[in-house]
Ligand binder design. Structure first.
Ligand code: GLA
Length: 661
């Protein structure tokens, strides 16, 4: 049989028809798969505002279009034959709120349209874009420079004029970017890294591993170590209990030596009541293992923290999140069982057969161990919480040898008498007070998602760091907006009191909603460097929460730059924040450092490369400045009044400036 006879004729005819009469059609944005529009609040809605009301701007209603909310973004895949995109965009007029937004539309990495700040009650911006040959339209909705309150965005009459395939909303994507390794390989000679100041309460056990890069074997020594502490010369682990319990600051000179050279650095050991004098650093298992976590995985993470060199730049805590206890019900029977012993002691599930053996294992490496519970009857994942057993549990955690506690509100809502500030503080005051009575130092992390302006009272109730918002895993692509929100509370950060914008979710991480196996992070390489820079500028706790067994060279490069980490760990404890924000989507963040220098982040939040500039006068500086590129660890020179540099899409240039004498 000649198979081609019929088939080929049809194919030929079809091709001929397409070429001869390329049909010009209208495709409405409201007919596309709107679930792919990412936004800060609510859901993108067809033909209605984000509140489900008729689309309305400056008193005029529109039958077609999409109601959305800033900050947000969407990506439209085109085949090059979409001719136009037309819409009127502005703030929906149904609410009386002071919404302000701006939008940017980028075609294949080139800015095609940038609106001014659009306000509620004002005329929408009319957009009519030529999209010929464009393959990817990236749309960003921003908060207009203030905050996202009432930022209801209407894309009225939004439509594409199409000659080829239908435009398609696609998940977040970005033009190809090389995974450039910015952090140089550590030199062979020793460099001492991480915190320069550490605290211990009078009488508590002390443990500190000197973080140092450089070729092993390395020989450590410490001059001025207070009596009661001993240093292991081969591993650099200092441990013991200080003989003198008087509050004091002991200045110790740490020395690391190998075949290639010698490094010295001062470490201040502060005997006093305030812990976490610099933001805690480490790993938390949540976004890698969820309800699959085991003792073996925790030990493995500790091993990897050492073998990858993470511990050599200052990572220290190895923390279990939720799910180490038993569940009432779980698909894995080994995770169920009695919640407490006859004496009421909390019981770990069968995957944690011996907590003391596990913390001993972690401590033997000079690292510290952390765990998690809730003040409510159940944790967020549904395990046994500490409600009404706070003291018994806290004592148990100390007896098991833990050094860090994440205290997650979760089901406490059911126990709080009302929504008053007093009720919000209550469980944290309780735990904070109990921890102070223990003979072990336990850093307390308040996890209650920023309720009741926790940054104003977190330290006073005994917390050392507090989450300022919900789970970052639900809005990772908005890490920069999350950072901006967290940075609004910069005045409250100080040694022992840190705003926590949540974990470092790069490498292989699971999706917060599914709790599935980790997948490759969806942020671009530039974005990952920006993310880490923001976290360091904000003096955030630095907890990596991806899969330790799948750390690759690039992820480690982002996580392990000692000069970048120095910004985070600076003993002054100031939190950086944005000081200049321009309409072209560039931002300048600054963070004052203890030595009188200034850390400066130049951020480009646009979808395309552009120069980002800073004038010394804008950031409170006078005179010549010596400028260093921290990611690449190179001096850029001395600059008189300004500095400007091209920065890639969603990228950063992280600098440190010293006044030039
Ligand atoms: C909450 C917290 C997360 C994580 C989970 C565990 O969602 O915010 O960080 O601890 O609970 O269930």
């Amino acid at each position: 049989m000649n198979r081609c006879a019929g088939f080929c004729a049809v194919a030929f005819l079809a091709a001929f028809t397409t070429v001869a009469a390329a049909e010009v059609r209208t495709v409405w944005l409201d007919d596309l798969e709107l679930g792919l529009i990412k936004q800060g609040w609510g859901k993108a809605t067809a033909k209605k505002s984000v509140q489900g009301k008729p689309l309305r701007m400056q008193g005029k209603t529109y039958d077609r279009g999409v109601g959305s909310h800033a900050a947000g973004s969407f990506y439209v895949e085109l085949d090059g034959n979409t001719k136009r995109f037309q819409t009127s965009v502005g703030v929906d007029n149904n609410s009386n709120g002071p919404g302000t937004i701006s939008v940017t539309l980028v075609g294949d990495g080139k800015v095609l349209f940038r609106s001014p700040v659009l306000k509620n009650g004002e005329a929408p911006a009319v957009i009519d874009l030529d999209l010929t040959n464009v393959k990817l339209l990236a749309v960003r909705m921003d908060d207009g420079g203030d905050n996202p309150n009432f930022d209801h965005v209407d894309w009225a009459d939004a439509k594409f004029t199409v000659e080829g395939a239908d435009p398609k909303l696609v998940p977040r994507t970005y033009p190809h970017e090389e995974k450039v390794l910015r952090t140089p390989k550590p030199p062979q000679e020793p460099r001492i890294n991480g915190t320069r100041v550490t605290a211990v309460r009078p009488g508590s056990p002390f443990l500190f591993r000197i973080a140092a890069t450089g070729v092993r074997p390395m020989q450590f020594s410490a001059n001025g170590l207070p009596a009661g502490l001993a240093l292991d010369q081969g591993s650099g682990i200092i441990s013991g209990t200080l003989a003198d319990k008087t509050p004091a600051t002991h200045k110790v000179t740490l020395v690391a030596e190998n075949a290639h050279g010698k490094a010295e650095r001062e470490l201040r050991i502060v005997v006093g009541d305030t812990l976490a004098l610099t933001p805690p650093m480490g790993w938390n298992d949540w976004y890698a293992h969820y309800d699959r976590i085991t003792d073996a995985m925790m030990r493995e993470a500790a091993d990897i923290m050492i073998s990858t060199g993470m511990a050599d730049v200052g990572y220290q805590y190895v923390n279990i999140d939720d799910c180490w206890m038993t569940f009432a019900k779980h698909k894995d029977p080994k995770r169920t069982g009695p919640q407490r012993s006859d004496k009421g002691d909390i019981l770990p599930n069968a995957y944690f057969p011996d907590m003391n053996a596990m913390t001993d294992y972690i401590h033997a490496k000079g690292l510290k161990a952390g765990l998690y519970t809730s003040p409510g009857p159940l944790t967020c994942a549904g395990c046994e919480g500490s409600y009404d057993r706070e003291e018994q549990d806290a004592k148990q955690f100390a007896a098991w040898g833990f050094d860090f506690l994440k205290y997650d509100w979760c089901s406490y809502t059911k126990k709080a008498a009302n929504k008053s500030l007093e009720e919000m503080k209550k469980p944290y005051i309780k735990m904070g007070t109990i921890l102070k009575t223990l003979d072990r130092d336990i850093v307390l992390n308040l996890c209650q998602y920023g309720m009741g302006f926790v940054w104003k009272w977190g330290a006073e109730v005994g917390g050392h760091c507090w989450r300022t918002s919900g789970d970052l895993g639900f809005e990772l692509d908005r890490y920069h907006d999350v950072a901006r929100r967290n940075a609004e509370h910069w005045e409250y950060a100080k040694p022992g009191a840190w705003n926590d914008p949540d974990y470092l979710l790069i490498g292989y991480v699971g999706a917060a909603s599914e709790m599935g196996e980790p997948i490759a992070c969806s942020l671009s390489p530039n974005e990952q460097y920006s993310y880490m820079s923001l976290w360091c500028l904000m003096a955030s706790p630095l907890f990596y929460s991806g899969d330790m067994t799948r750390l690759d060279e690039f992820t480690l490069n982002v996580l392990c730059n000692p000069e970048v980490i120095d910004i985070d760990q600076d003993p002054l404890g100031a939190q950086g924040h944005p000081v200049v924000r321009r309409d072209d989507d560039t931002e300048v963040w600054t963070k004052p450092m203890e030595d009188g220098s200034l850390a400066v982040g130049l951020f480009n939040r646009a979808e395309a490369e552009q120069p980002v500039k800073v004038a010394w006068s804008e950031i409170g500086l006078k005179g010549k400045q010596r400028v260093r590129d921290l990611w690449r660890q190179t001096d850029l020179g001395v600059f008189e009044e300004t500095y400007s540099v091209p920065v890639g899409r969603n990228g950063v240039m992280l600098l440190r400036l010293w006044p030039e004498k």
